[in-house]
Design a protein around this ligand. Structure first.
Ligand SMILES: Cc1ncc(COP(=O)(O)O)c(C=O)c1O
Length: 349
């Protein structure tokens, strides 16, 4: 077994994954064209494959999840409109206020349920009534997996309940599915089932699926065409972008099922952390590739703990009220026991 003192184990995020050798080869060999003119054959194949996989009519390849979400919001809302989402939703906390800055859109935050699922009743209660004093609620926004809720999955049943509320109030349902395939694999369902009830969905190639760049917005053809114009407006019209669409295609074709390995590593890591005196898991169930935890000793604040662990060689992030570790392709299973060893040594030097 590797000596944990010599190892750097990067558990900051699944975004740190590097393209695989097969992806680099696909990049070198990709057929390309000018995608703004619509003639990059690799992008066109990717958009069609992604739409089909998610059960939607059309897809739009974008540089990042942030841009995919922003385009969805800009297509669905006008300035002054409101979107309802979880209080710790990525779009609300980690996307630099883009929907407010660029779309004039208000976010109405709602607490998640204890298991990390969105609360359909809470969503319904946050819908503004039809009164000229209020902003117009347009969108219900669901994040699956729910990052800040410990990578919790959102079930098809919750999606259906949320859809019923959306229909009852004439609203749009968008899924931030940056890690939709983690959710699908963890639940043993197709990703299409998880977004069937949504109007639009975004997912990322550049996280656990290991592609270097890119995300996809899927939905009905007319909305995706409107999104294409917004992408151009935001400066996201790319040219010979088949070189990054090619690894994204491989990600879709070959990297989805193996996400189960990342979930198994996270479960093992969580067990080790839960068994470390002085630490507790922030979410009782680790469902996908993320482990959130904290110290029971107030002297070990999350930033202090994250810094100490990182200095000891296990890289992680503090997210305010917890420390986050994320398992991914580039951390092999045999690095989990040394990671736990290091955590124990930091807590009990
Ligand atoms: C849930 C969620 N949505 C959206 C994004 C944004 O993706 P990107 O970093 O590609 O902009 C992230 C990034 O980590 C995320 O975790």
């Amino acid at each position: 077994m590797a000596n944990q003192r010599d190892l750097t184990i990067d558990l900051r995020s699944d975004t740190v994954t590097k393209p695989t050798p097969a992806m680099r080869k696909a990049m070198a060999e990709a057929e390309v064209g000018d995608d703004v003119a619509g003639d990059d054959p690799t992008v066109n194949r990717l958009e069609a494959a992604a739409a089909e996989r998610l059960g939607k009519e059309a897809g739009l390849f974008v540089p990042s999840g942030t841009m995919g979400n922003l385009i969805a919001a800009l297509v669905h809302c006008r300035p002054g409109d409101a979107m309802i989402m979880g209080q710790f939703a990525h779009n609300r906390i980690y996307e630099a206020g883009g929907v407010a800055a660029l779309g004039g859109i208000i976010i109405d935050p709602v607490p998640d349920l204890a298991d990390g699922q969105p609360d359909p009743a809470g969503f319904e209660a946050a819908i503004h009534s039809d009164n000229m004093h209020h902003p117009v609620t347009r969108v219900l926004w669901v994040e699956n997996t729910n990052n800040r809720a410990g990578g919790a999955v959102v079930t098809p049943q919750t999606m259906t309940s949320t859809r019923e509320i959306a229909d009852h109030h004439g609203l749009i349902l968008h899924v931030d599915g940056a890690r939709i395939f983690n959710s699908a694999v963890a639940q043993g369902v197709e990703a299409a089932e998880l977004v069937r009830d949504a109007d639009t969905a975004m997912f990322c190639f550049s996280k656990g699926l290991c592609a270097p760049v890119g995300s996809m917005l899927v939905g009905p053809k007319d909305l995706i065409e409107q999104g294409r114009r917004k992408r151009k407006m935001l400066g996201g019209g790319m040219r010979q972008v088949g070189v990054i669409a090619a690894p994204a295609l491989l990600a879709l074709e070959t990297m989805v099922e193996r996400l189960a390995e990342d979930h198994a590593k996270a479960a093992e890591l969580a067990e080790g952390i839960a068994g470390t005196p002085g630490l507790e898991l922030a979410m009782p169930a680790v469902q996908t590739n993320m482990v959130y935890f904290r110290s029971t000793d107030p002297a070990w604040s999350p930033p202090t703990l994250a810094t100490a662990l990182t200095e000891a060689g296990v890289w992680c992030f503090d997210v305010g009220d917890a420390v986050r570790m994320v398992c991914h392709h580039d951390v092999p299973a045999e690095h989990i026991p040394p990671a736990v060893e290091t955590v124990r040594r930091v807590m009990d030097p």
